[in-house]
Each structure stands twice: as C-alpha cells, then as structure tokens.
Design a protein around this ligand. Sequence first.
Ligand code: PAF
Length: 252
Amino acid sequence: MIHHPSISAWRTARATPGFSGQRIGFVPTMGALHAGHRALLERARAENDRVVLSIFVNPTQFNDPADLAKYPRTLEADLALVGPFVTDVITPAAESLYADGYRYRVTEATLSRELEGAHRSGHFDGVLTVVLKLLNLVQADRAYFGEKDWQQLELIRGMAHALFLPCEIVPCATVRADDGLALSSRNARLSPTGRARAAKFPETLRSAPDAARAAAELAAAGFGVDYVEDREGVRLGAVRIEGVRLIDNVRL
Ligand code: PAF
C-alpha cells in the first residue's frame, strides 16, 4: 500500500506506467473506518487491479462546526484495518482540495433539498463537490458507495449521469451489526445504553405499517425524529439519540 499524502504526490504517481491499462476501483471515505468500509474495499479489490482509498474529512459537507470538530480522525487504525485491500491511499489537505476557496461547487436543485438536505443546509453541495473533485483526481473505472446513504448514492449517481463522468458508480449493500443497526462511524459516540437502544431504529423502520407510524413509535421510544418517509420502495429515516444523528433505510 502506497500512501500519497498530497495531491501533487498522487498526480505524479497516477501518471506513471504502473497505472496504465489497470482497472482502478475507488472508495472515498472520511476515515474512522469500520467493517462497512472494509466491505466496500473488499468488493473493489475483487473487481479491479488497483484500489484507491481516499481519507478526507470534508469540511464543506458539515453544516454544524461542532460536528466537524468531533469527527474522529484515526489514520493509523484506519490503515491497519483496510491495508490488505488497498493499493493506494490518498489523504489530500483541505487547502489544496479547496484551493479555490469553495468558489466552485456542484449544486443539485431538487432531491438535494429534501430529506437530509432539508435538515442539513448545503450538505449535498459539499458532498457532490468533493466527490467530483476526487473522481477527477483518481480517474477510477468504478467508485463504490454504501446504500446506507441512499440519498447521497442517488445524487452521486445522478451527477455521474448528468455530467457524463467516465466512472461506474457501484452501490453496495448496507453492513449491519448483529442487532440490525447499520454500521456508522457515529455509532462509536453512543454510550453502551444508547447503542443498545439504537437497534430499535432499523427494527421500527422495518416493522411499522407506514412511515407515520414508524415516526410515532420512534418518538415514543425516546428518539428525536427528523423524518421518516417512504420513497421508491424504500423507507428512509433520520433520528437523534444522545445527541448523535443516525440515518438508515430499509427496502419495503
Ligand atoms: O459517505 C461519506 O463518507 C462522504 O460523504 C464522502 C462520500 C466520502 C464524501 O466526503
């Protein structure tokens, strides 16, 4: 595994013969990696010659500065967890990735304003902008994204189509703990009690007869409910517990 700590180091490496004619899989992340990320990387490893992992805590997608400050940064542990599946790791600096001061950005005008977007103003502008920058830098054949972030995946797929990006966007099934809670870097911020209670979230999304009942049951169980909505055969929800915001979705 080669660590490219800057954009210039990565671009120099990317232009070498070692990359030509190779199928390249790409997994963008913000670090604090867990078994869900490992599943993306394992799949990328199985389907490509090289696997590029990016670790970049993207400031433009955080609408709450406290959330950005609290985001875990665990580079050593991350690399130890995923080393076997990765050929290249890029960890760009924010000043280089946003040398334009975020004057240029990607905006989607409809879906990005709903669901998560209605609660996190500007979030998807930040996500789409950083993903486009990273896709341009990596020039991958395939990029892998988890279905847990259903709306993010839809928007990235839409952007790739709308802007004719030469990269296949590959959706990957959500990885869950034994009690059904979707793996997320945020789960680590829950107390043991909160973590045990959090399993009620996916269970309720799955078992309630409709979205309104799911929201009511979650509120009665002590969750702060941002939304529960059914769309395109998927029930999507966002809740807060112990100050930690969790999102999930299940197929109906
Ligand atoms: O899903 C994430 O971890 C982030 O939104 C992503 C896609 C890496 C962009 O920063």
